[in-house]
Design a protein around this ligand. Structure first.
Ligand code: ASP
Length: 352
């Protein structure tokens, strides 16, 4: 009898030791927070902007290029999650991949301001701790999402802007580039067309749908194996922007939000509307206070609330169970997601 008792004592002691040594502080926290239930799955969703994207207007080569760039970003983010990395790391991996591509209006392919510069905005948020960081109007940092993360982790602030944000990034040892790095002919021509219209006093159109090349902002939301959510967004803003305009992308609660209790969200579209309606936070609030699903909250905000105001765009959202919503009220939205045994990449409306 005594032998059996000591056997069980030994077993108990061993399992205690194993669990204490086998898990990092981070994982232990999460297990406690989720009542000992590890989320066995991971999920990652990305967008590359919403806007006037129609199958007839896009040649096969361009379509393949976008699809490949989305696949590449999915691969980078998924690799992090598959190997047990955090949602924050996955968001950064996917977004830097898209920032480095000239196709998207973020990082390298950013749109031009009225004065012919590129001013970049980005933000990131941790759904577990509600820590957040953002930069607005940076002109030197190669990857604005890395600067946003540095603000979150290495400064007492949430949002840094313009030259100060660039200076902070340099102090943090982040890669900087000559402004010419952000030049792409396509975005430059787009600005020239807009300036020409202005000179001729032609209407430039009120909505995102009527304007050119307003899409291409990038974003990512992720759920890691520890049950934590994170969200990030990065953009060049809107072509021909002036007066140090900031859109929703660097505004926590407007373009980006993450809360383990509800969802992680990244938005794209006509930023002024997303700021006024605090869209990313509204997603979370509707789920928490009204008990809506991620799909119900997303559909209401994008197809009813924003549409009624004339606000064009879309969002990606993900909850802790891995449920995904990707609503948009424009003709298309570059979007993709991956789960352990599921993968999808799309540009146009379903069926197009
Ligand atoms: N939301 C971004 C902004 O207003 C633009 C976009 O998503 O394309 O700056």
């Amino acid at each position: 009898m005594k032998q059996i008792q000591s056997f069980f004592l030994l077993l108990f002691g061993l399992s205690f030791l194993l669990s204490a040594c086998g898990e990092s502080e981070y994982e232990k926290d999460v297990v406690a927070e989720t009542d000992g239930q590890h989320t066995p799955q991971y999920a990652l969703v990305i967008h590359g902007g919403a806007g006037t994207i129609k199958p007839k207007k896009m040649d096969a080569q361009t379509r393949v290029a976008y699809e490949q760039a989305l696949e590449e970003a999915l691969d980078r983010g998924e690799a992090v999650l598959r190997e047990g990395g955090t949602a924050l790391d996955a968001v950064v991996a996917a977004i830097t991949s898209m920032e480095d591509s000239p196709l998207f209006n973020a990082g390298r392919g950013a749109v031009f301001t009225h004065e012919g510069h590129n001013e970049l905005d980005a933000s990131i948020m941790d759904g577990k701790t509600h820590a957040a960081g953002a930069v607005g109007g940076v002109r030197k940092v190669k990857n604005p999402i890395l600067a946003a993360r540095a603000v979150m982790e290495k400064s007492p602030h949430v949002l840094l802007t313009c030259a100060g944000a660039d200076r902070f990034a340099v102090e943090q040892g982040l890669d900087t580039v000559d402004p010419s790095y952000f030049y792409t002919e396509r975005r430059w021509k787009s600005l020239q067309r807009r300036l020409e219209k202005e000179r001729k006093a032609q209407p430039v159109g009120e909505t995102l749908e009527e304007q050119e090349h307003k899409f291409g902002t990038v974003g990512c939301v992720a759920l890691d194996q520890y049950g934590n959510l994170a969200a990030g967004t990065s953009t060049g803003g809107m072509t021909n922007k002036r007066w140090k305009r900031l859109g929703d992308s660097p505004i926590i609660g407007a373009g980006t939000y993450a809360d383990n209790a509800s969802c992680a969200v990244s938005c794209t579209g006509h930023g002024e509307f997303f700021i006024r309606e605090a869209v990313a936070h509204d997603m979370s609030a509707r789920m928490l206070y009204l008990g809506e699903t991620v799909q119900q909250a997303g559909d209401y905000i994008i197809h009813q609330k924003l549409k009624a105001l004339g606000g064009d765009g879309g969002l990606i959202a993900l909850d802790r169970q891995g449920n995904i919503a990707m609503p948009f009220n424009t003709s298309g939205m570059y979007r993709a997601y991956v789960k352990p045994d599921e993968r999808m990449v799309a540009i146009f409306k379903e069926g197009e």
